[in-house]
Design a protein around this ligand. Structure first.
Ligand SMILES: [Zn+2]
Length: 252
């Protein structure tokens, strides 16, 4: 998934800072090699950290404004986030909404105690969560889908979140090491449980009922044509009937 290198092209207004930040990332490995060759046994291999501040990356018409407000944020995570943005976000935009913005902002927040959240075109990540769960980088995959969704109100949250976790399942790059997977069906579940439960239902529908179901639901949600009847229009059955079918034979 790693891009060959600097995805970042300095914008003139901030050229020095951007250029130095991008150069730094490209030199990370040689620097570390040189350090370890010179280091004594006593030296601990400290992970490099991302400077506090804003860096702007651009590539192929896409822009990422990365604002790190957390001292000590792991620079490997920053690099992963940048690489993932430029590989996954365009994929989602091309599949789900070609009119979505190509200018996204990431904020690393040292004071946010959740995991991550998206507001408009800005995704905020908990610095503490990423420090404690460094494998969980597909939080990004879920959140940037919210940017692509760009639904404007009146949409059921369970379905919005279910689609975002469907996307994490389909396009995630590190779900296994992160310990993230879709939960097996159980009788205590409902399709309105959102997140992974709804995501697995969508995967099942895609494989057994209608291959374009997620695309179609996404379009209806954005166009504000979604209603309970949308399921009938797309599949000939109500969502409750579909859930019953799923419950009777939930294998993917
Ligand atoms: Zn979400």
């Amino acid at each position: 998934m790693r891009h060959p290198n600097p995805l970042c092209i300095a914008l003139s207004a901030v050229s020095l800072f951007v250029f130095s930040a991008c150069s730094k990332s490209s030199l990370t490995e040689p620097q570390e090699s040189a350090q370890s060759a010179l280091s004594s046994a006593k030296q601990v291999t400290a992970a490099s950290t991302t400077p506090v501040g804003t860096v702007i990356y651009t590539s192929n018409g896409y822009k990422l404004t990365f604002t790190n407000n957390a001292g000590g944020f792991d620079d490997a995570t920053r690099q992963k986030f940048v690489d993932m943005y430029f590989s996954i976000y365009p994929t989602l935009l091309n599949r789900f909404y070609t009119g979505a913005t190509k200018q996204v902002t990431f904020v690393i927040d040292p004071n946010y105690n959740g995991v991550a959240y998206t507001s408009g075109t800005t995704v905020t990540y908990s610095a503490a969560w990423m420090a404690n769960h460094p494998q969980d980088v597909d939080v990004l995959t879920h959140e940037v889908m919210h940017v692509v969704q760009a639904y404007t109100g009146g949409t059921p949250g369970w379905l919005t979140e279910g689609i975002a976790d469907y996307v994490r399942y389909k396009y995630g790059v590190n779900n296994g090491p992160a310990g993230w997977s879709l939960p097996a069906w159980s009788s205590s579940q409902s399709y309105t449980d959102a997140y992974r439960v709804t995501a697995r239902f969508l995967v099942w529908l895609e494989r057994h009922v209608r291959a374009t179901i997620v695309d179609d639901l996404n379009t209806a949600l954005r166009n504000k044509t979604y209603s309970g009847n949308t399921w009938n229009q797309l599949t000939g059955k109500s969502v409750d009937q579909l859930w019953t079918d799923y419950s009777n034979n939930p294998a993917l």
